[in-house]
Design a protein around this ligand. Sequence first.
Ligand SMILES: *[C@@H]1O[C@H](CO)[C@@H](O)[C@H](O)[C@H]1NC(C)=O
Ligand SMILES: *[C@@H]1O[C@H](CO)[C@@H](O)[C@H](O)[C@H]1NC(C)=O
Ligand SMILES: *[C@@H]1O[C@H](CO)[C@@H](O)[C@H](O)[C@H]1NC(C)=O
Ligand SMILES: [Cu+2]
Length: 321
Amino acid sequence: MKFFHLATLAAAALAFPSDNSLAQRKTCTTPKVRKSWAKATAAEKRSYINAVLCLPTKPSRLHVSTHSTLYDDFGYIHAQLSAPQRIHGEPVFLPWHRYFVQVYEDALRSCGYTGAAMYWDWVADSAAPSKAAVWDPVLGFGGNGSDTDVTNGPGKLRVVNGPFRNLKPTYWNAAVDPHYLSRDWAPGHPEGNQAEMIGNAYSPSVMDEVNSWTVYEKFHPALESSPHGAVHAGVGGGRGDMGPTSSPNDPIFFLHHTMVDRVWWQWQQREPQNRTFAYKGVRNDGQNATLSDVMPMLGLAPDAVVRDYMDTKGGTLCYTY
Ligand SMILES: *[C@@H]1O[C@H](CO)[C@@H](O)[C@H](O)[C@H]1NC(C)=O
Ligand SMILES: *[C@@H]1O[C@H](CO)[C@@H](O)[C@H](O)[C@H]1NC(C)=O
Ligand SMILES: *[C@@H]1O[C@H](CO)[C@@H](O)[C@H](O)[C@H]1NC(C)=O
Ligand SMILES: [Cu+2]
């Protein structure tokens, strides 16, 4: 926006939380622009993939298992924070995953990546998710797992193509269980009116319903349950890494969650004065959620306060879509 009406400024001042206390609010003058994978250049994709492949060469920040690396820290803490459940099924779902994606982007940067996080626009691909550019075997994440490859043993379908075919995550849920990256794309059931990879649950018409909610306490659960959950189930199936609580094992997790974040950001942008700091609902411990709630990151990064992750161009964040 080039200029602001006085009235808009006044409304923003009113909506801005009075107890905002972040010690040093940085100014965000040149936000990074997060792109769709399908629209990124080949050089950008290569650079992203190479940074992902560098993560397993970096030491774990958590040192909880002798096997694990910085790559594994993400699956590990996501699993730890999911049992008991502290990051899903409650209002913190959106800001916690926004923070988590940022921590990952910063980790990629420590591996030489200079771009921003990227997203998989699964709404655009919902009619034929298996054909999406993100699954490209050269400039993408590889495809469905194989049910003939036996290197993983039963129960996990190894991804045998693409740059991540030799990636070996350490955890499955919270247990040490080294295995090759796995996927089990849900097949369609035409007779049950279900599309391949459950694409019918993240179609444009489903998104219209999600986006029609005007308050956070309705919008958040609608986004988390159907589109978000269906992408996990559609990619992970019963025998893939996107299913269990260690789902950040699959590098597509971060493109999925950047898309979830983009849907939230677009919703916030529709009425920025009212929605940037809109945050409401009941926590899993029965208390009402507040902007002062703390988001745990278990040593991978500092714990953070929800308020500082509501505005993608304020607090510690500086990006847009
Ligand atoms: C993914 O692969 C598994 C194992 O071969 C198969 O059962 C499933 O139908 C495949 N999914 C899709 C959408 O092709
Ligand atoms: C914010 O919400 C109020 C009350 O629901 C509404 O009257 C107003 O139009 C909204 N402001 C903007 C900028 O949309
Ligand atoms: C949560 O807030 C509502 C009002 O919005 C109030 O009625 C309820 O008692 C609060 N619950 C708790 C546990 O504080
Ligand atoms: Cu999650």
